[in-house]
Design a protein around this ligand. Structure first.
Ligand SMILES: [Fe+2]
Ligand SMILES: [Fe+2]
Length: 306
């Protein structure tokens, strides 16, 4: 267990814009693992930063922690139109992930936000909460379990179907986004090469939010069959920065030699969020390929300084 002083020392690294971004990311993941009200407080204080990448990750972590004490902060971020759409999107998604029904009205309101990524996120979060109200996993649907990644997802996986059936559901733009997300998470849970290639086809779909989520799940699966499609999306002129960011991170989590070369190239990208994603991804790879004991090493680093 970390003491309050240790949490504060890691928190001070997170909030400090003079620290290197990769160090701050490590501090963030340490706080996420530690949890509790002080960790939430430090994370909440960091929403004044100017890195959209860092702030979207703050919101993501608060959602994954599923602690209701983070709700007021996330509501403020969702409502704050001066925040980057990517950050507001992640705040909306986190409110859905926490699963408290008190935010349902707010999410319904922002389902009509003029920023399409924010609106679609809130529509999905509303559907997820309604699914929870209807009994969630307990409502007798078969095959909706089996997430091997321990993530809290914006939609439950679809019921058991074949890959071609799921692919059709994934790519059918006449279906509600929630149903297409359900196919996405079912394909992710299968994780076969066929499923990975079907997911990669989703990178051509019209919704940027949907494409970014495809990048996210391909990063979770870490299957090298997705490298060409991820690279193509990252290279695509005019592609939404949120999508390119997620593809860069996915290449980082796949972590092959060729992925590192791609990331080295885009580390100089003109789009700040893409550039920073490459930096953070390369730092994570350094950890995975090296001798460092722990990626979220905020506490260990403190000991080294004593
Ligand atoms: Fe996201
Ligand atoms: Fe992201």
């Amino acid at each position: 267990m970390a003491s309050e002083q240790e949490v504060a020392a890691v928190g001070k690294i997170l909030v400090n814009p003079k620290q290197h971004l990769t160090t701050r990311f490590r501090a963030l993941f340490t706080l996420r693992n530690v949890g509790g009200p002080e960790a939430i407080e430090w994370i909440s204080q960091t929403f004044v930063d100017d890195s959209a990448l860092l702030k979207h990750e703050l919101a993501y972590c608060l959602g994954q922690m599923q602690d209701e004490r983070a709700i007021p902060t996330l509501e403020t971020v969702l409502k704050d139109t001066t925040q980057d759409p990517m950050v507001r999107h992640e705040a909306g998604e986190a409110l859905g992930a926490i699963g408290n029904l008190e935010v349902l009205d707010l999410l319904k309101e922002y389902s009509e936000d003029p920023v399409i990524e924010v609106a679609e996120t809130c529509q999905l979060a509303v559907r997820r909460l309604e699914w929870l109200i209807s009994g969630g996993d307990q409502n007798g649907e078969e095959g909706t379990d089996g997430n091997p990644y321990c993530s809290v997802d914006p939609a439950p996986p679809a019921q058991r179907k074949t890959v071609p059936e799921l692919r059709t559901q994934l790519l059918d733009e006449s279906l509600p986004l929630f149903e297409r997300y359900r196919a996405m998470f079912a394909l992710r849970n299968l994780g076969t090469e066929e499923a990975v290639l079907a997911l990669g086809d989703g990178l051509q779909c019209s919704s940027a939010l949907f494409r970014h989520e495809i990048g996210y799940v391909l990063g979770q699966i870490q299957h090298p069959a997705s490298i060409p499609q991820l690279q193509a999306a990252l290279a695509l002129d005019g592609e939404n920065a949120m999508v390119r960011h997620e593809c860069a991170e996915a290449l980082g989590s796949i972590g092959k030699e060729e992925c590192m070369k791609i990331l080295e190239h885009y580390r100089k990208d003109a789009e700040r969020v893409v550039k920073e994603s490459c930096e953070v991804a390369l730092d994570m790879l350094e950890y995975e390929n090296g001798t460092q004991f722990q990626y979220a090493d905020g506490l260990l680093r403190l000991q080294g300084e004593q």
